[in-house]
Design a protein around this ligand. Structure first.
Ligand SMILES: [Zn+2]
Length: 227
């Protein structure tokens, strides 16, 4: 649905979509890269590795790989804290854009591998391509939930297709060791770049049926985790 109605997050332009009930984008020009956490917010902490550091490093690698093909916007390019709502409002400044938020996961000791979160219909294809490419690089996906539809501020409240990736589990010994490896982070960034380029080239082609539209309210800080 493309409308010009005023949403709780402000006016929506014709090239953006409040609900995201539309096919995934093709031919987008801008990629917004959001390195999770930062500053006083370390995110997950594993053995000799902090999420905020490896997320930023992976984001920079992805930035370098996409430059030239896209206009690349870094939500943060240093070790500083940015509120989630601020991240959403930065993303909403851009048209013909997609957002990719980069995180590393934390749970039990045994889970491994990448996970990819999306909410909007127009984000399904990019999420699927990202998860598929990252899974090819990851040596194990034991306990990973794979591609997950989840209403988060960064997957629901933006007006552009938005995906949040968890590259691996810092709570798992082997994934934490891989996350500390710059060559592994580079391979993951390359996998993500492939997925983004493919989505820009062909849109949702070849991915099968899209998920059903869901009209859910915007995500707020007081919502239960995972909603
Ligand atoms: Zn995180």
């Amino acid at each position: 649905m493309e409308t010009t109605v005023t949403s709780p997050t402000g006016g929506v332009s014709l090239s953006q979509s409040y609900w995201g009930h539309r096919p995934g984008p093709r031919g987008f020009k801008t990629v917004i890269i959001d390195a999770g956490h930062g500053g006083h917010d370390s995110g997950a902490v594993g053995r000799r590795v902090r999420e905020k550091d490896v997320a930023l490093d992976t984001a920079r690698r992805l930035q370098r790989k996409l430059q030239g093909d896209f206009k690349v916007v870094m939500v943060r390019d240093s070790d500083r804290f940015i509120d989630l709502n601020k991240r959403v409002s930065i993303a909403n400044r851009y048209k013909s854009a997609v957002l990719v938020s980069i995180h590393y996961n934390h749970s039990g000791r045994s889970s491994r591998g990448p996970e990819t979160y999306y909410w909007r219909v127009d984000s399904y294809g990019l999420a699927k391509r990202l998860q598929r490419e990252m899974a090819r690089v990851s040596p194990s996906e034991r306990g990973s939930r794979g591609q997950v539809r989840r209403r988060l501020r960064l997957t629901r409240n933006t007006k552009i297709p938005s995906v949040l990736v968890e590259i691996g589990y810092l709570s798992n010994y082997s994934d934490a060791r891989l996350s500390r490896s710059s060559s592994y982070r580079d391979k993951m960034a390359e996998a993500m770049a492939r997925a983004i380029r493919r989505q820009a080239l062909v849109g949702d082609a070849g991915l099968g049926p899209l998920p059903k539209p869901i009209n859910a309210p915007i995500s707020r800080p007081m919502d239960p985790p995972g909603s």
